[in-house]
Design a protein around this ligand. Structure first.
Ligand SMILES: C[S@@+](CC[C@H](N)C(=O)[O-])C[C@H]1O[C@@H](n2cnc3c(N)ncnc32)[C@H](O)[C@@H]1O
Length: 419
């Protein structure tokens, strides 16, 4: 509890003061970018070089922010934002400064250790075995189709777009992303495509509608499946597109092409070989697979695995970003698949997230009218800004990959004599 302060503001308790002192020491190590901290009693302090390009401000409304940040790292930062204990004019810039200085900002406290242990235990309980995977997906994707309509574009795509030009609309950029993935997998009209993690049916509609192929789309979300089936009926594509609610591990059959767009983040470290074994089992001998996957740099992968972050705790239960090396290791263990090519589209994700957040905040009143409270709106604002900052900093990447097996004739001959 805070005591009344002579100036009218409340004064910090002894433990809040100790946390503030530690945070002050830790922030004084900021070397890239700058943060000006405005305290609840009106005092301000700036950390970081004077000529910093990234210059952020953070206004603290409640002294309790300091122990929460000290003990909770990204989880404490996000939770205290949701509770309105601090505000800031530009969340993305602030988060970019914190990310840029992450190595020096990691304070060590008994509370922080306890928080990590708690978060890790919860993350383990929510691991993506069958059944729990369904619960994890329902917690995010079954929130409400109307909610997703408030910030996604009309293609209802919930993954990074690829902007052909800065002026392109989000829907145009989503179709460009679909075009590129279809071209990676060399999808033709005669193909039967399996899409693992089909969302609300954006890619299935594109592939069946524009390329004329058959698509079987699988999802664990019943809300998404209802929406996607209705969408295919309305577009007259229901003879070519089948939407099935099924776990990727239980899919049967053989498919000419497999596409999976930002679904691998819901698989988990433990099940990565299982995922690639499923792709290997379901892909025809001369088949190709195209994936889009959010990844974490290899150098940070172990640490990331040991410290669940705000997103895993509050947004995507069971969520897990693989590294490229973790994926190729899993491919070796679980399949005959190899990487044919790979491209990082991270800057496009930052722009996609910027546009999603803009739409989400512009429609915040409609989101509230759907029954979501202020805390939810702040949580999603923080989530979208946190992800945008992470992609801008290339702290995380978004890879498009083509997978094949050695000797696949579909890839054709190279341009050199003797190939
Ligand atoms: C981030 S969404 C992407 C949706 C879509 N690909 C898009 O780009 O809009 C992830 C999708 O993966 C699906 N998914 C996650 N885990 C799954 C599992 N174990 N089996 C099948 N689908 C799964 C979710 O239901 C959701 O449709």
């Amino acid at each position: 509890m805070s005591r009344p302060h002579p100036t009218g503001a409340t004064a910090p308790t002894a433990s809040q003061r100790r946390s503030l002192a530690t945070i002050g020491e830790v922030f004084s190590r900021i070397a890239e970018g700058a943060v000006t901290l405005h305290l609840p009693d009106g005092r301000s302090r700036r950390f970081g070089p004077l000529d910093a390009e990234l210059d952020a401000e953070l206004t603290v409304h409640d002294w309790e922010f300091f122990p929460r940040l000290l003990h909770g790292a990204s989880v404490g930062l996000g939770e205290s934002y949701v509770d309105g204990q601090w505000s800031c004019p530009d969340l993305v810039t602030l988060l970019r400064v914190l990310i840029a200085n992450r190595d020096v900002l990691r304070p060590v406290s008994v509370g922080a250790f306890a928080q990590v242990i708690g978060d890790r235990a919860l993350h383990a309980v929510r691991g993506n075995r069958r059944g729990q995977a369904t619960r994890n997906i329902a917690a995010h994707y079954d929130l409400s189709n109307a909610l997703y309509e408030r910030f996604l574009d009309e293609t209802m795509t919930y993954s990074s777009a690829v902007f052909p030009s800065p002026e392109a609309t989000l829907a145009e950029a989503q179709r460009e992303k679909y075009r590129r993935l279809a071209s990676r997998a060399r999808i033709g009209a005669d193909d039967h495509v399996l899409e693992i993690g089909c969302g609300w049916g954006g890619f299935a509609e594109y592939a069946a509608g524009e390329l004329g192929c058959r698509v079987t789309g699988v999802t664990l979300s019943t809300e998404q499946a209802d929406y996607a089936r209705d969408r295919m009926r309305r577009r007259g594509l229901d003879d070519r597109v089948e939407i099935v609610v099924i776990d990727y591990r239980d899919v049967a059959g053989s498919y000419d092409r497999i596409v999976s767009i930002e679904m691998l983040e819901a698989v988990g470290h433990r099940y990565l070989p299982t995922f690639f074994a499923a792709v290997d089992r379901l892909l025809a001998d001369d088949g190709l697979a195209a994936l889009q996957v959010i990844t974490i740099p290899e150098q940070r992968y172990t640490n990331y695995r040991l410290r669940p972050d705000f997103i895993q705790r509050h947004v995507f239960p069971g969520g897990h970003l693989p590294s490229l090396e973790a994926m190729t290791r899993a491919m070796r263990r679980g399949s005959q698949l190899v990487v044919e090519d790979v491209e990082n589209i991270a800057p496009h994700y930052a722009e996609t997230l910027r546009r999603w957040r803009g739409r989400f905040l512009a429609n915040a009143d409609e989101v509230r009218a759907l029954g979501f409270d202020d805390a939810f709106v702040r949580l999603w604002e923080f989530y979208l800004a946190y992800c945008e900052a992470a992609f801008r900093a290339r702290w995380v990447n978004d890879l498009q990959l083509t997978l094949t097996r050695p000797g696949n004739p579909t890839l054709g001959r190279g341009p050199y004599a003797g190939d």
